[in-house]
Design a protein around this ligand. Structure first.
Ligand code: 0O2
Length: 230
């Protein structure tokens, strides 16, 4: 076996750790979504996507961070296993964060709030790094996984910007400024949408209280009528 072949085999072995961590992360996040759907008044999650970082993206990131491309060093990265949770409104993002924090199965090792402190590019989103233990052939490794939580609007901007600029070096400063301005405009829109969603939730609460009152009255009324018919 050539040195290159045995290196690829080693990478295959290590991939098992990442794949197993991804499965555990998917289960945890789907459970969070199910908990909201069945036990809560709010449905904050629009969709969840998960992925294992592609080999080329891994190579590019280690190069960018001046990390030698070895198997052991891949464990230094926190986002080989990643999940993205997209929520409709900004407040929903924080409901999801609180739920993640309430899970003892997800050990949080780092949080980055790029919503309160956006990146220079204009990027917004909340990142949580969690550690998931994986045992393969009796060897345990704690695998770092990155959960990105964004609003639909932030996600739209980040996905487009990722294609247009994020990893390229040829965008002019003027165009970068334009992208940054769009991110700020989108943030203004997000805030207005959030305000409207709070209003909507309040009026839903009122409606459901009125519905409960009407139900109660109707039950009392029927009971009274029943009492009169004997
Ligand atoms: P990919 O292809 O999305 O996986 P850094 O040293 O700042 O580059 P770090 O410290 O590992 O990265 O993490 P950070 O800053 O929390 O950002 C990691 C991920 O957030 C990136 O992963 C992107 O997915 C996303 N991100 C961060 N900044 C931007 C940005 O300006 N634009 C867009 N579109 N996405 C961003 P990767 O591995 O760099 O890329």
């Amino acid at each position: 076996m050539t040195q290159e072949e045995s290196r690829l085999k080693e990478f295959g072995k290590i991939k098992l750790y990442y794949e197993s961590a991804l499965k555990q992360l998917q289960t945890e996040l789907n459970l969070i979504n199910d908990e909201f759907s069945t036990l809560s008044e709010i449905q904050p999650i629009d969709h969840i996507k998960t992925r294992i970082k592609s080999f080329s993206s891994l190579y590019e990131k280690m190069n960018r961070k001046n990390i030698d491309f070895t198997i052991e060093n891949t464990f230094l990265l926190c986002d080989i296993v990643g999940a993205r949770i997209v929520c409709d409104f900004v407040d929903d993002i924080y409901s999801v964060i609180n739920k993640i924090k309430s899970k003892s199965s997800l050990k949080i090792i780092e949080e980055k709030d790029y919503i309160k402190n956006p990146k220079r590019s204009g990027y917004r989103g909340y990142h949580i790094i969690v550690q998931i233990p994986v045992v393969i052939n009796e060897i345990k490794r704690d695998i770092n996984c990155e959960i990105q939580i964004r609003s639909t609007a932030m996600d739209f901007w980040a996905s487009s910007e990722h294609k247009l600029n994020y990893k390229s070096t040829c965008m002019s400063d003027k165009d970068k400024k334009e992208l940054k301005k769009l991110a700020d405009d989108i943030w203004k829109m997000d805030q207005i949408m959030n305000k409207l969603s709070i209003k909507r939730k309040q009026s839903n609460l009122l409606e459901s209280k009125q519905a409960t009152d009407i139900n109660l009255l109707s039950r009392l009324f029927t009971k009274n009528m029943e009492n009169k018919v004997y």
